[in-house]
Structures are given as C-alpha cells and as structure tokens.
Ligand binder design. Structure first.
Ligand SMILES: C[S@@+](CC[C@H](N)C(=O)[O-])C[C@H]1O[C@@H](n2cnc3c(N)ncnc32)[C@H](O)[C@@H]1O
Length: 261
C-alpha cells in the first residue's frame, strides 16, 4: 500500500498476516489516501533513484501503480506516462484523477503511443526511464482463467513477448539522455523475458547505435530488503523477487541500466 502524500510511506501487514487492506476512501478534498499494490512493485521505482527536477518517462504506465509511486518521490519536474492500450490509459487517467491533487496533475503528461517508437519521437531526452514491460504476469496467470496469456490461442502473442520487451527496452534507452538511468521490470520468472532481454538490448544498442550501456549492480537491494522479500540469489543481471510462503510478494524482476554515450 502506498500512501500518497509525498513522504514515501509504504505499509505491509506483518509476516504471516494475510489480511486484506480496506479499499481507500476519499479524504475531505476528494483525494484517495492510499493505493494498493504488490509490495515488490515498489522496488523498480526505488531502483530508478529519481533526483529532484528529473524529467521522467514511464513507458508502459497503465493502470498506474508505479506512476503514482514515481510521483510520490516528489522529485519529477515532468512525468510522461504512456501506455499503448487506450482502455488501460483511461484507467490511468482515472487513477491520476483519484489520487493526485490538481497541482500535481499538471506534472503528468499522459499519452497512448506505441512505446517502441519512443526512441524516434523523443530521443536522448529523459533523466530517468521506467520500462515496466508487458509480460506473462505469472502470479495473475496462475490464478485467473479469463484472457490467460498461457491459453493456446495466445501462443503467438506469448512467443512474441521477448521481442516486444526488447524493442520497448531499446526505445526506453534511446529516450534516455546520455548518463540517464533506465529500469526494466517484469512480473515474470522467465529468464527469456528478464535477463535475456537485458543482454540482447545491451548488444543491440552497441552494434546498431554505437551506444554503450552499463548494467548497474542492485545487489544492495537484497541486503536492504532481505527481511521483507525473498530474492533469487543467482541472477546474472538485475534482481528477482520470488514469491515465497513466508513473503508472498512478486514475482518481480528489475534491472537498472545506465546509458553511457
Ligand atoms: C506490466 S503492465 C504495466 C503496469 C504499470 N506500470 C503499473 O505499475 O500499473 C504493461 C503495460 O504495457 C502496455 N503495453 C503493451 N505493449 C505496449 C507498447 N508497445 N507500448 C506501450 N505500452 C505497451 C500494456 O497495455 C500494459 O498496460
């Protein structure tokens, strides 16, 4: 649960307590007080390490949980929140209206473009970019029958995911300024959607664009959050939160890249 008042408060129940939070209620000026999300979803936002006055791009933003967390840092000079799906972008609008005071809504620019084209549209522009990519959404896919990505009729779409993820990550890196930082995240356990995408993006940017990209070390997240999350210890790049009976969050993969040139 994120409490939206620019002071970065996040709450979870103590370990072993599986109660559910009550839905948020509007306060006296009609603003909802908190947003419920998987606690591991906050980690990619923290990894992005937004600094005061940063220009930020949230390339796959809807429905908007991480967008709110990015704004909650209180540091974004401007936040471009984009999502290809128009119906999900409508939900993003609703969430922004429900949670943000009027003056903060001006900080956000919402669009519904194909994120793969962002490198052509606004190249070398942003201090920070979040690429929270579409993925097999493993927790949801285990529990929900409806529109499940593992259905036979969605096989082609599923197989095309790593390419889509790669194209989105490359576009996100191209949209970052030289020296800018990019976080790639998924809620999948699949190496093909996680580390493989990172590896290919670094190669592709070097070969096609002569852009050097460095993968940053995030292992300190394991030390900082070892009492809350269960981390997979052997990722080659980035960090992966594994759902565990004693820490039922995730899966959440996140990896940070710095565009060097
Ligand atoms: C994992 S969800 C994002 C969740 C969101 N960041 C949040 O925290 O609420 C991935 C999103 O990517 C969007 N998407 C899929 N293909 C896209 C594309 N080509 N360009 C931009 N967004 C895309 C989907 O519509 C979906 O909303």
């Amino acid at each position: 649960m994120i409490n939206y008042d620019c002071s970065n408060k996040c709450y979870t129940f103590p370990k072993g307590d599986i109660s559910t939070f009550h839905p948020a209620k509007p306060d006296v000026i009609g603003i909802l007080g908190y947003y419920l999300l998987d606690a591991a979803s906050i980690l990619p936002v923290l990894a992005l390490n937004i600094q005061p006055n940063d220009l930020v791009l949230d390339l796959c933003a809807a429905p908007g949980g991480k967008t709110l967390a990015l704004l909650q840092t209180g540091c974004c000079r401007e936040l471009a929140a984009n999502d290809l799906s128009t119906s999900r972008t409508r939900r993003l609008h609703d969430i922004l209206h429900g949670y943000l005071p009027q003056e903060l809504q001006k900080v956000v620019r919402v669009t519904s473009w194909d994120g793969r084209r962002w490198g052509e549209l606004e190249r070398s522009t942003f201090d920070r970019v979040l690429v929270d990519a579409p993925c097999t959404n493993d927790r949801h896919s285990l529990r929900e029958e409806e529109n499940n990505i593992f259905m036979r009729m969605r096989k082609g779409e599923r197989q095309a995911l790593p390419r889509l993820q790669l194209e989105l990550l490359v576009a996100g890196i191209l949209a970052a300024k030289p020296g800018g930082e990019v976080v790639y995240s998924t809620c999948s356990l699949s190496q093909l959607q996680n580390e493989y995408v990172i590896e290919r993006a670094v190669e592709l940017l070097a070969i096609q664009y002569h852009i050097e990209v460095q993968v940053e070390d995030l292992s300190y997240f394991r030390r900082l959050f070892q009492s809350t999350f269960s981390f997979y210890p052997d990722c080659r790049f980035g960090e992966l939160v594994l759902p565990h009976l004693t820490a039922n969050f995730g899966p959440m993969y996140f990896c940070k890249l710095r565009r060097m040139s």
